[in-house]
Design a protein around this ligand. Structure first.
Ligand code: DCP
Ligand code: MG
Ligand code: MN
Length: 360
């Protein structure tokens, strides 16, 4: 409030507090909770002083101010600034944050923790950080996994998977969803939806996915697993309904060159992200809508559904669930449609949109 402000101006340590607050803000930004806390306590102590604190010793005698902070307070008073703060501003930490956030599966919290530990480059992470298997993959294949996949390669990768899948089980159906289905000229990953006639649960398809993953791995097509998730339907550990990983387009099997024992070296294939989603036929329409996106289009459809007393998720369109106290779910809600993509649009009362018209 206004009162606080005027008392702050009158506080003999106002300038010191201001500089320490900037430092505190900086540590908050980089998620250094320990230092943030230490600075906040020191600032609170200084706020309570009625005389100006000018030397390290004076500061150190106060509660909640350690030797290092006391040194900084003397530096602020004698130079009217803090060297560490200027250093902090100079550092292109946003750039570092950006670099770290582009590692597969890394979010703001993880990235800021690394920054707070002083890591500034991918090499720092490789050398000094304790990495999960996925983080290691994300760093080792950083450039590959941040390279978009041309549409023609998405098609070729999808075709490779389809051929292998139909060999294993002719009755399955595979479709490339995601941005590819929306007609994008390039994609971030390959999204493959797998279904089969007369299935009503993803677990009906799980043994097939296991076989497919095994075969594609053996062929050298799949090169890393990032996530093999379990059907949340059953809630138990069981066969996966979702698989995320990396793949490469295997080079054509080399034909033995005549008169040459040294074939030219093949360029290293680029690692690509690939997702598989198992969908029972009874949920295929809803899953297609979800997996075609884009995410913003999905959100607006879901919002529309809820405005109309319905609920849309990747399994189906439902009549809104009844909720008891504390919005606890009482029933799952009556399924209106799951199988037919067009029918879901109809029931929602929205005009059919071709996948290429679903950019938001
Ligand atoms: N999806 C969603 N909400 C999310 C993530 C995904 O609705 N938070 C849906 C919509 C996406 C689809 O899943 O279209 C596939 O997810 P991707 O992350 O693969 O996104 P896209 O395929 O649309 O784009 P990209 O080319 O980056 O892969
Ligand atoms: Mg995608
Ligand atoms: Mn995807």
């Amino acid at each position: 409030g206004t009162l606080d402000k005027s008392s702050e101006v009158q506080n003999p340590n106002a300038r010191t507090i201001e500089v320490l607050q900037s430092m505190c803000d900086y540590y908050t930004r980089i998620n250094d909770t320990w230092r943030t806390f230490a600075y906040r306590k020191a600032i609170a102590t200084l706020r309570r002083q009625s005389v100006k604190i000018t030397t390290e010793d004076e500061a150190y005698r106060l509660p909640n101010i350690g030797r290092r902070l006391a040194t900084k307070i003397e530096e602020i008073v004698s130079t009217n600034r803090l060297r560490r703060l200027e250093y902090a501003h100079d550092e292109p930490l946003d750039q570092v944050l950006e670099t770290f956030l582009k590692i597969y599966g890394v979010g703001t919290s993880r990235a800021n923790k690394w920054i707070a530990k002083g890591f500034r480059t991918l090499q720092d992470l490789k050398d000094k950080a304790t990495l999960t298997t996925n983080q290691r993959i994300g760093i080792d294949h950083y450039d590959d996994l941040n390279t978009r996949i041309p549409r023609s390669e998405v098609a070729a990768l999808g075709q490779y998977v389809k051929a292998e899948a139909y060999k294993l089980e002719p009755a399955v159906e595979l479709l490339i969803g995601g941005s590819y289905r929306r007609g994008a000229p390039s994609s971030g990953d390959v999204d493959i939806v797998i279904t089969k006639k007369d299935t009503s649960s993803a677990s009906d398809l799980a043994p097939f996915l296991e076989d497919l993953i095994r075969a594609l791995t053996q062929k050298g097509f799949l090169v890393a697993t990032l996530a093999a998730l379990h059907s949340h339907r059953t809630g138990k550990d069981g066969p996966g309904s979702k698989w995320h990983g990396c793949c490469v387009l295997p080079p054509p099997t080399p034909t033995p060159a005549v008169g040459s024992s040294n074939p030219p070296p093949q360029p290293q294939p680029i690692w690509r992200r690939i997702d598989f989603l198992l969908v029972p036929e009874s949920e295929y329409g809803a899953a297609l809508i979800y997996f075609t996106g884009n995410d913003i289009f999905n959100r607006s459809l879901r919002l529309l559904a809820s405005k109309k007393g319905m609920r849309l998720n990747q399994r189906g369109l439902y009549k809104e669930v009844l909720r008891g106290r504390a919005r606890a779910k009482v029933t799952e809600g009556e399924l209106l449609e799951g199988r037919d993509e067009r029918r879901i649009f109809e029931i929602l009362g929205v005009q059919w949109r071709e996948p290429s018209e679903r950019w938001c």
